[in-house]
Design a protein around this ligand. Structure first.
Ligand SMILES: [Ca+2]
Ligand SMILES: [Ca+2]
Ligand SMILES: [Ca+2]
Ligand SMILES: [Ca+2]
Length: 456
């Protein structure tokens, strides 16, 4: 940090004497001094107000990729029978259908209520269903044999189809006495789940599977509906419950007792995301307004398309390098890496940038498992000095967002064939039907941890 303190002290001296003592002032106090000088009719020859408050500080910025911590690649709720528009129970003959994307090694879990019970549900075993075989081929066809009936351990059982506290007859949701056995456990008294539901997996393109759960209970001992439920795709480690353990209080109780999927779906969504590399970072500390992009407008041709689609900051950095711009650059090398390349989960980009209070920080790094998404502060940048003129410090992840550049049509993150890790070459993919920059509904702080430290 180096202030133009001499000028400052001169401004502050009301006696006209130029202080050459050790400067102790902050730039804020300098500015205040300039004001008081003006008030007493003094002049400040050759020193503009901007120069008088110059306070250059060099900051170290780190962008750590923390996207490897998600529990699930995908999750969601299914609620509309027969692929319709209206949520509700699926009666005998009806079905629920949902699409998931999975990589080899990932498993499917789901849960849907046996409505004529107090707290029973249909689900795969706690590890889920492997969606690829040992050779990496997608599973196809009937997977009903992997479905069981479980008791959630959250409500005492009454005779199936008759209990006054069961969903079709209960006074309201969550009505019924506590279960004397509070553990999730298989139900053995009804026989196989395949009397009541049929489940199929139909593989599609790019890791997609269509899962259909059909209610076939019409001719069974317990005819009745199934209810809206939830699904996950992940590593297959007891995604929704663990047999022999109590319900986790995340919302499975609502699924099993009342067919209420939303609370559990919300809990799962908070733990769902795509592990993605980051790509080389462009950064700038500048008084220029919106140097990287303008939210709501089409890209300005300064290179963000190349950064957002193909991970290269080169065009942005080159475009600004020759301008009287501020501190601008790129960091293509992750900490500890041999050379330029992506920052994988666990890796960090680090750069230093020198700025004064009129120069907010901007940066951008690609969400590599997307078509044209990038992490960035808002288009106004991050103000690097607080109200008292002191440099900011600490975790600034909450100031970062995910944006869609509006330059390429989106495919499912992590699966799209035109996304950087899989595309045939740079700039491959259909045009974005929405051709302006907008934010993506993801919490950037779940993917990147960004810190800033002023160098002393
Ligand atoms: Ca029970
Ligand atoms: Ca109940
Ligand atoms: Ca897009
Ligand atoms: Ca592309």
């Amino acid at each position: 940090m180096h202030n133009k303190r001499m000028q400052l002290n001169r401004v502050q001296s009301k006696t006209g004497q130029i202080s050459r003592g050790r400067p102790k002032t902050t730039s804020r106090r300098i500015a205040a001094g300039a004001l008081s000088l003006a008030a007493i009719g003094g002049t400040l020859a050759g020193v503009s107000p901007a120069e008088a408050s110059v306070n250059h500080t060099t900051f170290t910025v780190t962008i750590e990729n923390i996207s490897g911590g998600f529990e699930f690649g995908q999750s969601g709720a299914f609620a509309n029978p027969n692929a319709g528009e209206t949520p509700g129970p699926a009666f005998p003959g009806d079905f629920y259908e949902f699409n998931v994307n999975a990589h080899p090694g990932q498993n499917l879990s789901f849960a849907t209520m046996l409505v004529q019970s107090n707290d029973w549900f249909f689900a795969p075993g706690e590890a889920g269903i492997a969606l690829y075989d040992a050779d990496g081929h997608p599973v196809s066809g009937d997977i009903t044999s992997q479905i069981n009936i479980y008791d959630a351990g959250t409500e005492i059982d009454q005779p199936v189809g008759e209990g006054a506290d069961q969903a079709p007859r209960q006074a309201g949701p969550n009505t019924g006495a506590a279960d004397p056995d509070n553990t999730v456990r298989p139900v053995t008294s009804l026989g196989a789940a395949s009397q009541f539901v049929n489940v199929t997996a139909t593989p599609g393109d790019h890791g997609m599977f269509t899962i259909r759960v059909t209610n076939i209970s019409g001719d069974s001992t317990v005819p009745g509906p199934i209810a809206p439920g939830v699904y996950t795709v992940g590593a297959g480690e007891a995604a929704l419950f663990q047999t022999g353990e109590a319900d986790r209080g995340e919302g499975l109780e609502g699924v099993a007792e009342d067919g209420a999927a939303a609370p559990l779906a919300e809990s799962l969504a908070a733990r769902t995301g795509t592990a993605t590399p980051l790509a080389p970072v462009f950064y700038a500390a500048t008084w220029w307004q919106r140097p990287v992009f303008t939210n709501g407008l089409a890209m300005n041709g300064l290179g963000i398309e190349l950064l957002a689609e193909d991970g290269s900051p080169a065009a942005l950095a080159a475009g600004y390098a020759s301008r009287p711009f501020g501190d601008v650059g790129a960091q293509p090398v992750a900490v500890g890496a041999e050379g330029p390349g992506p920052a994988f989960p666990g890796d960090t980009y680090e750069f230093t940038v020198t700025a004064e209070p009129t120069q907010p920080l901007h940066f951008a790094t690609m969400f590599v498992q997307s078509n044209d998404w990038f992490f960035s502060p808002s288009d106004a940048g991050i103000h690097l000095f607080d109200e008292t003129g002191n440099p900011i410090s600490g975790d600034i992840s909450h100031l970062v967002n995910v944006y869609d550049a509006g330059t390429e049509a989106d495919q499912t993150p992590g699966f799209g064939p035109d996304q950087a890790p899989r595309q045939a070459g740079p700039n491959t993919g259909a045009s974005d039907p929405i051709n302006h920059v907008r934010s993506v509904d993801l919490n950037a702080a779940d993917y990147v941890r960004v810190t800033i430290t002023p160098n002393s």
